[in-house]
Design a protein around this ligand. Structure first.
Ligand code: FE
Length: 198
């Protein structure tokens, strides 16, 4: 057990160095841990890959950063990151709109459970508390998201969990859209969106 803890700590310390320049302050429960950027922007200036919206997007989701509510229960997870340009410039006030299946693999198409949007802060950061979605037939575990800087085209994509057995069997899955994860129950996840803006 101790070996495992030490290994985990070393991994975070090492990857924390790689994330220098875009260091993200994580919530208290993972204090001392640093999640690496996705991607490391010094290496990659590619915009985040677009993916299909799927059949369950609903416009006009409520503005809220905590998607937990009565009837929408499951393992909590805090997802945070930056909204960036291709030159790694943080974008303030960018829309981040998320929708997801619940812990039974169902989307709420009547109401807005599992749906919400926020805007990145003055340093381009966003943060959501939500639950881990269930897998549903034909798909590995995923979140849906739309990201948009003011008066710019919408990026529609999906986010995935590392080490999911279903990833390799899902033809839509792309490893470039894997979140970085740390901790457990609740876990912290990081994903940085790179918009196709110079
Ligand atoms: Fe879906």
């Amino acid at each position: 057990m101790r070996d495992h803890d030490d290994q985990t700590r070393r991994r975070f310390l090492t990857t924390g160095v790689a994330a220098a320049g875009l260091t993200l302050v994580l919530p208290d429960f993972v204090a001392g841990q640093t999640l690496p950027a996705t991607p490391e922007c010094k290496d990659s200036h590619e915009a985040t890959i677009r993916q299909t919206e799927g059949p369950f997007f609903k416009p006009r989701s409520p503005q809220r950063n905590d998607l937990r509510e009565p009837g929408f229960n499951g393992t909590p997870i805090v997802i945070s990151g930056f909204v960036l340009t291709r030159s790694c410039r943080p974008l303030a006030n960018a829309l981040v709109d998320l929708w997801q299946a619940d812990a039974a693999g169902e989307y709420d198409n009547k109401g807005f459970r599992g749906r919400g949007h926020i805007f990145s802060d003055s340093e381009g950061r966003y943060q959501f508390t939500r639950i881990e979605p269930a897998r549903y037939p034909g798909r590995t575990r995923h979140y849906h998201v739309k990201v948009q800087a003011a008066n710019r085209p919408v990026l529609t994509t999906q986010l995935y969990f590392p080490n999911e057995p279903g990833n390799d069997r899902d033809p839509i899955f792309r490893k470039e859209l894997l979140m970085r994860l740390a901790g457990a129950a609740p876990a912290a996840a990081r994903f940085d969106f790179v918009l196709d803006i110079a």
